[in-house]
Design a protein around this ligand. Structure first.
Ligand SMILES: [Ca+2]
Length: 599
């Protein structure tokens, strides 16, 4: 626990420094060391006749932290030199040249940027101040990303729950297209949704010369084995007790394109296996049952279920451990790796319930434990950016921040009641639902010298698009059997796209193939009744937020988001032509196995 306390002290110190600078949402990054040159799972398929009333209604063991990263890739060459251009100033002529470069084609090897992809968990559109000016939680570091980069206002997670979204982010393919693609893994659940041989985002970047690392929550499935060597793929609690933790963990990040991994199989503090995976091993396995008696007890502490826990697994400081591991990777990479860009995928625990903010953050947000957890996530983002700056690589690092789905039911209900904060604002629906609040997510991109600071884009965007975009940026060619639902956003980032990139967007709600929806322009067709996820009529907390169903006999829902962003009027009966067009498009996309054309 010594390291944990050490981390806590560090955090406390930095937090005090940040507070001294002010935390009004406009102040600087906590513990920032350099300035930045700115050129200028659970749920049910609902058949509810009602829906949520959105705001439209009045109503590691840390003791092993210095252990070297496990690697399966070739050893890196030693040396202290940085990659070319990191510290160069951004004069206007260079900015113009870079902008021209973006317009003219793929980047040369020397121009290839580092990539930091930060994925939050269950963070809603309305949880972030730069997306919701009525948010009760200060998010100064995310707001800063928006000021220094591009803020997407129509970006969507491919699914409304963790596992399928993460699969789609890693592959550029909608998860409903693969077996078990609607599932959410628990405990020893698996195997990996990623088929052997499928090109992944990290594998693609590794082929383009990137060092690749993943830190945090994996949740795309992997394989533990029992003492007899048999695979365990059941997510039931008792199955976790049969795991032989001395064996290699198969099908995880190292088997799908990452050189390095440190994190957890599923949600770090939610179910059955409270232990870290380092590379493909569990260095400190669970040794006994979780003792919840010393954990916080508050309305946001649920979803922390009985399970097995490793000694000193820091239930309240998991994200601080992840932060330190990401920092170690960045520092080691810059120190030891010559002429090679990096791709770091940092998948935070926050803000998935339970909302266990680390001690230094408790009570700091003024918006309860979940507000503290959001505030801590924001701080972690600031620390990651600050590390890039301290290492002198921020100018040549593309940072993407987003979330895997909308805000969780319990946190939304309680935050609305207790703090007047709405993580789904301004949308109808929450995590698991097909309505916008289930999948419209914050999406921020900062890329100094290439993305114009302070810009906003209304491009219809999916997290599946990250892969084709990074393919264009890294100069990778996508084969026909990869990234089937991924569109290149580089023209948007470089400010050249004035027309929609995507012809349409697919989203899957809690029940996967049974709860698909399709969006084209302002029109959105839900190929199912009800929310697609939460059963509002059976949940006393959600019942007050039900909306009257305006077409109770219709088998699906049609909304025009331009005229009705709150999805209050189902136009299924009024616009059968549009229903037919979108339904045909959806069926064609399902049958063809792709939505993105390839030549
Ligand atoms: Ca999630």
């Amino acid at each position: 626990m010594k390291i944990t306390r050490f981390l806590a002290r560090q955090t406390e110190h930095a937090l005090r420094a940040a507070t001294a600078r002010g935390s009004d949402g406009e102040s600087g990054t906590a513990a920032r060391s350099n300035s930045v040159p700115v050129e200028t799972d659970r749920g049910f398929v609902g058949q509810s006749v009602y829906g949520a009333l959105g705001p439209f209604h009045p109503s590691t063991n840390p003791g092993r932290r210095r252990a070297p990263w496990r690697e399966i890739g070739p050893r890196r060459a030693g040396g202290a030199a940085r990659e070319g251009g990191y510290r160069r100033g951004m004069n206007p002529a260079r900015v113009i040249l870079i902008a021209l470069g973006a317009a003219l084609g793929p980047l040369s090897a020397a121009q290839r940027p580092n990539i930091l992809l930060i994925l939050a968990d269950d963070l809603g559109y309305g949880d972030v101040r730069c997306y919701n000016d009525q948010s009760r939680v200060a998010t100064p570091n995310l707001d800063r990303l928006a000021r220094e980069g591009m803020r997407f206002t129509d970006a969507h997670s491919p699914a409304t729950v963790c596992t399928p979204t993460r699969y789609s982010l890693m592959t550029g393919q909608m998860a409903f297209r693969v077996p078990n693609g609607g599932t959410v893994f628990q405990g020893a659940g698996g195997p990996s949704l990623i088929a052997p041989g499928r090109l992944t985002l990290p594998a693609m970047l590794r082929k383009r010369g990137y060092a690749t690392a993943a830190v945090g929550k994996w949740h795309v499935g992997l394989t533990f084995r029992d003492e007899a060597g048999q695979p365990i793929h059941s997510g039931k609690p008792e199955e976790a007790k049969r795991i032989d933790f001395s064996r290699r963990v198969e099908g995880g990040p190292l088997d799908h394109g990452f050189d390095r991994f440190f994190g957890t199989a599923c949600c770090p503090t939610t179910d059955w296996i409270y232990a870290f995976i380092d590379g493909d091993r569990v260095p400190v396995p669970p040794a006994g049952p979780l003792d919840k008696s010393k954990l916080p007890k508050h309305p946001y502490a649920n979803d922390c279920r009985p399970g097995l826990i490793a000694p000193d697994f820091p239930m309240e400081e998991v994200d601080l451990v992840f932060l330190e591991r990401s920092r170690e990777f960045l520092e080691q990479h810059v120190r030891e790796t010559l002429g090679k860009p990096f791709f770091l995928y940092h998948a935070a625990q926050a803000v998935h319930l339970p909302s266990f903010a680390a001690p230094p953050f408790k009570g700091k947000s003024g918006a309860g434990p979940h507000g503290d957890f959001i505030h801590q996530l924001d701080w972690v983002v600031g620390e990651l950016i600050g590390t890039l700056e301290k290492l002198g690589v921020a100018d040549n690092t593309l940072v993407i921040f987003t979330s895997d789905n909308g805000p969780e039911v319990d946190s939304v209900i309680r935050m609305r009641a207790d703090h007047g904060h709405d993580g789904a604002r301004p949308w109808r629906g929450i995590k698991r639902d097909s309505w916008e609040g289930g999948h419209r997510v914050p999406f921020l991109v900062r890329w100094p010298g290439r993305v114009r600071p302070g810009t906003t884009s209304g491009q219809l965007t999916s997290l599946t698009d990250v892969m084709a975009t990074l393919a264009a940026i890294s100069g990778a060619t996508l084969p026909d059997n990869a990234a089937e639902d991924s569109f290149n956003l580089l023209p948007v980032l470089s400010g050249e796209a004035d027309a929609p990139i995507r012809p349409y967007l697919l989203t899957q709600a809690f029940a996967g193939t049974r709860t698909l929806s399709i969006r084209r322009g302002p029109w959105k067709y839900l190929d199912h009744r009800g929310s697609g996820g939460n059963r509002y009529e059976n949940n006393p907390g959600l019942k007050p937020f039900m909306l009257p169903e305006t077409a109770p006999d219709a088998p699906g829902q049609l909304y025009n988001l331009d005229e009705d962003p709150g999805e209050t009027r189902n136009l299924y009966a009024e616009r059968p032509d549009m229903v037919r067009e979108l339904k045909v498009l959806l069926e064609q996309s399902k049958a063809s196995g792709r939505s993105a054309p390839r030549s």
